[in-house]
Design a protein around this ligand. Structure first.
Ligand code: XMP
Length: 524
């Protein structure tokens, strides 16, 4: 396995992605771990990340000395190159030119890292690489034993290598996709130079994770808040695989779930996996607290607080539980660690099953902490969860509470659930001929929204005066920005006619054609 030491760069997790794409297992740890930690980790290679600090002089972060003493290959990236330089006896100086963004570097000499890796076919650009740079300072003198590996006009030492010790460093960022050959370079480092086999896959991950969970919890009991979402479901399946009945899942139904959701979760976990699941039907309690509340933020706060209360009451009943398990995944860790820039204003206060308070007095068990979303999904499938469940669109913690505008009533929730289920069913059943994928797969998130306004319609010979639903379907890669999906008219037509015919109480369907920004994905 490969050890990645994190100096706080925004893109450290991308290094892990690229390494795992080469089928090599890796873990990210902070740069200030002890020498003993590095030795006992027994890495086959070490990668030193970049840093968020714009210049080298901003701080004095160093890698543990053991990194250079283990005899394993080391790759320094950006700040990682600076710290390697300084620790091994070279020099770094502030530069007048800040280099940021696209650059072309020229490879020098023959190094195993860059040999044969290039972007251009033409002889005059032979050995040139298109890369992404972001740095202020630069290396001005190589540490003893190193030779020049790459340069740009403004950065004469953009890469260096000591091949006898297998130490390499690059000023640019191979982990970002703008560096076209970055993946090839990282693969070369971990597979060819470090000799990692490239046999890492989910099956072996399950065995390792199961062993780790058993070792961590011993014979103690664990509770987990199961929401039916991907992360908590996969965490539950994994922990159940490890410790069986020592795990109790608590599934809180706040009355704002999708159609048949509670049934599906119970069938899957209690029925098929034979896990211990406590099903708490708290819908009356939630709807009672929400009655008459129309402000979106207040609704969110009430649902969040109520959820914690219900869960805590259930947790207290399980007097033997010593652990609280959560489906925290790697991007959550990075986000809450504050390495991402914080938004200045709260657009929406998020409520998650993951956000339970630590006042429960339980130890935290987070077996998915190192995984990315797509890896969590692959793990779920490998654990036997149905692909339909594992590849679902995200569903917000407050559920239909933020999809029923204004006052929430049971009657509205029931209408919305049925309309939403029809929309999702048709998206799943409609295949796009150009891609062969269903429209459910082609959209990132899709749902119906209940509008508490009435409009006039005509049905048979009679006049109707009923509610409206809006359909929302978006495409996005990060949910920060999103485009509305250009669904085929025939699909919209079918969904609309089915909803109006099958859901008595709704006589009009509209399609939301707003992008984010300036709209948001959810309506509240
Ligand atoms: P917006 O509406 O802000 O949504 O564009 C972005 C993404 O976040 C989801 N979302 C939530 N997820 N708890 C969650 O777990 C919440 O309170 C919450 N609010 C919004 C939303 O569904 C979309 O995927």
């Amino acid at each position: 396995k490969v050890l990645i030491l994190d100096f706080g760069s925004q893109v450290t997790q991308l290094i892990a992605r690229r390494v795992r794409e080469a089928a090599v297992y890796c873990e990210i740890h902070p740069n200030d771990v002890s020498d003993d930690f590095v030795r006992s980790f027994a890495p086959k290679a070490i990668i030193l990340s970049g840093s968020h600090a714009s210049t080298y002089e901003d701080h004095e972060l160093r890698a543990p000395q053991a990194v250079y003493e283990l005899g394993v290959p080391v790759l320094g990236i950006c700040y990682g190159m600076f710290t390697m330089t300084v620790q091994l006896g070279g020099q770094v100086e502030a530069s007048e030119h800040r280099e940021f963004g696209y650059a072309e570097v020229r490879a020098h000499g023959h190094t195993q890292l860059l040999d044969g890796i290039q972007d251009f076919e033409t002889p005059e650009k032979h050995g040139m690489l298109k890369v992404w740079m972001s740095h202020g300072d630069k290396v001005t003198s190589l540490p003893p034993g190193f030779k020049l590996m790459a340069s740009t006009p403004s950065c004469p030492i953009a890469g260096m290598a000591d091949e006898s010790r297998r130490f390499y460093a690059v000023q640019f960022h191979p982990e970002v996709t703008h560096t076209l050959q970055g993946e090839a370079l990282l693969r070369r480092f971990v597979r060819d130079i470090a000799g990692c086999k490239g046999d890492w896959q989910m099956g072996s991950y399950i065995d390792e994770a199961v062993a780790r969970i058993r070792e961590q919890v011993g014979s103690e009991e664990v509770i987990l808040g199961l929401s039916g979402g991907v992360d908590s479901s996969v965490a539950a399946a994994l922990i159940h695989r490890a410790i069986g009945d020592q795990l109790t899942c608590v599934f809180v139904d706040h009355g704002l779930l999708r159609l048949n959701e509670a049934q599906m979760v119970m069938d899957m976990f209690a029925g098929r996996l034979h896990a211990r699941v406590v099903h708490v039907d708290a819908s009356e309690q939630f709807l009672g607290k929400l009655a008459g509340v129309t402000d979106p933020e207040r609704k969110r706060k009430i649902i969040g607080a109520e959820f914690v209360e219900v869960f805590q009451a259930e947790a207290k009943k399980l007097t033997n539980a010593k652990w609280l398990a959560q489906g925290t995944i790697y991007p959550d860790v990075v986000e809450s660690g504050g390495t991402k820039t914080k938004k200045a204003t709260t657009i929406k206060s998020h409520h998650n099953v993951g956000g339970l308070p630590e006042t429960l007095g339980l130890k935290l068990l987070e077996p998915l902490r190192e995984l990315f979303k797509d890896e969590v999904r692959a793990l779920g499938v490998a654990l036997g969860l149905p692909p339909d469940m594992v590849y679902r669109h995200p569903f917000p913690g407050p559920g239909l509470g933020v999809r029923i505008l204004g006052d929430i009533r049971k009657e509205y929730a029931d209408l919305l659930r049925r309309a939403d289920a029809i929309f999702i069913e048709e998206l799943r059943n409609t295949i796009d001929p150009a891609t062969g994928k269903s429209w459910y797969g082609l959209t990132s998130q899709a749902f119906a929204v209940f509008l508490p306004v009435k409009s006039v319609g005509v049905m048979g010979d009679g006049r109707t005066y009923d509610y409206v639903v809006a359909l929302r379907a978006v495409q996005t890669s990060d949910f920060m920005t999103a485009d509305w999906a250009e669904l085929p008219y025939a699909l919209l037509k079918k969904v609309s006619s089915r909803i109006i015919n099958e859901v008595r109480g709704i006589n009009r369907v509209t399609y939301d054609v707003s992008s984010k920004p300036p709209a948001t994905i959810e309506w509240e």
